[in-house]
Design a protein around this ligand. Structure first.
Ligand SMILES: Nc1ncnc2c1ncn2[C@@H]1O[C@H](COP(=O)(O)OP(=O)(O)O)[C@@H](O)[C@H]1O
Ligand SMILES: [Mg+2]
Length: 255
């Protein structure tokens, strides 16, 4: 969109009193937080803290028992099913890359666009080939895969596949981009590259929510961090301050 006013600071995601249970087990007792446009927000916490459950609730994979999740202030995600939540502007990258191995990088990106074009929500279905090609080139540039545009996705290195998958999400211009452990299984060089890439993805019309274990990585990319423990937020603020927080240290070091 060319006539866009900056949305930095506006609420992209608002979570209020979110409660998720599995039978008698309470995974998230009552969680509230806000992610703003233009922001990179990280959620960290030990295994079982409820991080993936939180993403599952936002994407509609798991139904909360209580609470409210609003996208861009007015879209009530709990009233939508999984495909409609994605179409409303929530992109989620899973840990395992799921690119189409037999297709080229460019074809993967174009396919990601086409998969959404049937939607009544989407501006994209009106796009012509030139517009699609332009968008594909923009995203190739954004994820640093211009030189790999014609390479077969199956031949890419692990890190490059992850970047391609981020690109596939970007094709759809998500308002909220969520990345679940984006550097898991990456080499040190790939991790550095991914930190740079995510830093470059910061945009006024986009909010980024990252789940990650690697604290150094989080400190490098995130504006703010929420530390979860037993589904409760025990800290919210800057990663540098989280490291010094007694409760956070206990949770991470006490295990
Ligand atoms: N489908 C499920 N049924 C029962 N318990 C679950 C289910 N999914 C997650 N849990 C439990 O909820 C808690 C949080 O899990 P999860 O969100 O995967 O943690 P994290 O991603 O932070 O490691 C864990 O104790 C886990 O065992
Ligand atoms: Mg998890």
């Amino acid at each position: 969109m060319d006539n866009m006013v900056s949305r930095t600071g506006d609420q992209a995601l608002q979570i209020d009193g979110l409660r998720v249970t599995f039978g008698d087990f309470v995974a998230i007792p009552g969680l509230s937080f806000i992610v703003s446009f233009g922001e990179i927000h990280a959620v960290i916490g030990p295994n079982g803290a409820g991080k993936t459950t939180l993403l599952d609730a936002i994407t509609g994979k798991t139904r909360p028992t209580e609470g409210r999740i609003l996208l861009d202030r007015h879209i009530d995600l709990l009233r939508l099913d999984e495909p409609k939540i994605a179409l409303a502007g929530v992109g989620r990258k899973f840990q395992k890359p799921s690119v189409f191995e037999a297709l080229s990088v460019r074809e993967n990106l174009e396919l990601a666009l086409r998969l959404r074009t049937g939607s009544i929500f989407s501006e994209l279905r009106h796009w012509n080939d030139a517009r699609r090609r332009q968008r594909t080139n923009e995203v190739l540039n954004e994820v640093g895969l211009e030189e790999k545009a014609d390479a077969i996705a199956g031949h890419l290195a692990h890190g490059q596949k992850q970047w391609l998958e981020i690109g596939m999400l970007l094709m759809q211009r998500p308002k909220l981009l969520m990345l679940d452990e984006p550097v898991a299984g990456m080499t040190a060089v790939e991790t550095t590259h991914t930190a740079e890439l995510i830093g470059r993805l910061r945009a006024p019309e986009r909010a980024i929510l990252v789940i990650e274990h690697d604290m150094d990585f989080v400190e490098e990319i995130a504006d703010r961090v929420t530390v979860l423990h037993g589904g409760d937020p025990i800290f919210e603020g800057r990663m540098a301050d989280a490291r010094a927080d007694a409760r956070v240290r206990e949770v991470y070091l006490g295990r």
